[in-house]
Write a protein that binds this ligand. Sequence first.
Ligand code: FAD
Length: 394
Amino acid sequence: MSIKTFQVAIVGGGMVGATLACLLAEEGVSVALIDAGDPAKTWPENDYDLRVSALTLTSVKLFKSLGIWADINKLGQQVMQKMFVWDHFASGELLIDSADAGEASMGSVVENRITIKALWNKLQALENASLLTSTQLLDFESSDDGVTIQLSDQQIKVELLVGADGANSKIRELSHIDDYGWDYQQKALVATVRPEKPHQQTAWQRFLPEGPLALLPLRDGLVSIVWSSKPETTEGLLALSEADFCRALAEASEHQLGQFELMGQRAAFPLKMQFSTEYCQQRVVLIGDAIHAIHPLAGQGANLGLKDAASLAGVILQAKLKGRELSSQQVLRRYERQRKADNLLMMGVMDAFKHLFTADETAIQLIRSTGMRLVNKSTALKKQICRYAMGLNN
Ligand SMILES: Cc1cc2nc3c(=O)[nH]c(=O)nc-3n(C[C@H](O)[C@H](O)[C@H](O)COP(=O)(O)OP(=O)(O)OC[C@H]3O[C@@H](n4cnc5c(N)ncnc54)[C@H](O)[C@@H]3O)c2cc1C
């Protein structure tokens, strides 16, 4: 049996890999998008995905340019206009309004499965896209004339292999690309709740001694929480009855949104900082969580990955336009140069924030509260922070 060939194989059909597939396939590149799972096509009404992302304005604009925003809007999204950050220790607080940066919103909060469904809907209509689901990459071999990929159910051959296969990337491992980082010794508890008071299209974030508690505005007046704590605290919160958990949440958020009603399950994810300094090798390149996993405290992980996808698509399509090889080291290194500084800067900032806001020392706590109060009084600084949070920093 002859093996199928494509110009590009993307392993990982999450938000990042599926976005790259759309960007390439709609410009005439033949793409195989491969995923071990099969993205959800339907779900019951009033059922909410626990995995939620605050998408920056830059990410929203990318989805609008792909023509999938109307689909996301129909399936459900929540505009985010403001961000309110406050501290457990003293009177440090900060209110950022998208109007500070002259924009109507900072972005939107969308359940991951909604974004993924909209991307896959688009891919199904693109003749250059082949969707290979419920199959895993097991191995690959790269040589001067292409990459032979062994999937669990077939072999394929491509010019370029893209690893968008997440934080435990098999492609990174098989390429012997090192990853660095550390475990935060924290877990993030996620849940969807109905608040007593309206969320006011605001992302609420309180810095608690063990980690941040984020309350993101979600469609239908709901709120998606990401509560980072020591693993044993998270286990304790998961073990509480629904009523006791809602009481603990109301207390931890200082009743800003009143009482809560839990909608469905709670789940927890271990948190780590992980990054690679090498993004590519012969005919192989990595994007998204495969090269950077960061603390969710500012909700930037997926947004960084989407920038990777846009940058890689840009250099590949430029090479195509000039009739050059899509997978040359020159092309892949150009992508690496474009993205590395931005990724490392964001990771450094998030890591510093994490340490600043969980420090026990009284002096640091005082500096932090005073700093927040000073920033809150400075329109220029708030505008800068707002632009950064919107993904408009470059
Ligand atoms: C609690 C929490 C909250 C977060 N909140 C935000 C937020 O508000 N905003 C934000 O921007 N980011 C947020 N993030 C980060 C964001 O979820 C990730 O950065 C993003 O989902 C990464 O997308 P990805 O496509 O790179 O990888 P993934 O979503 O991990 O997708 C990888 C895909 O690869 C497939 N795969 C893996 N191995 C193989 C294989 N061998 N063969 C075939 N397929 C394979 C998997 O099935 C999967 O579909 C949050 C993360 C957490 C944990």
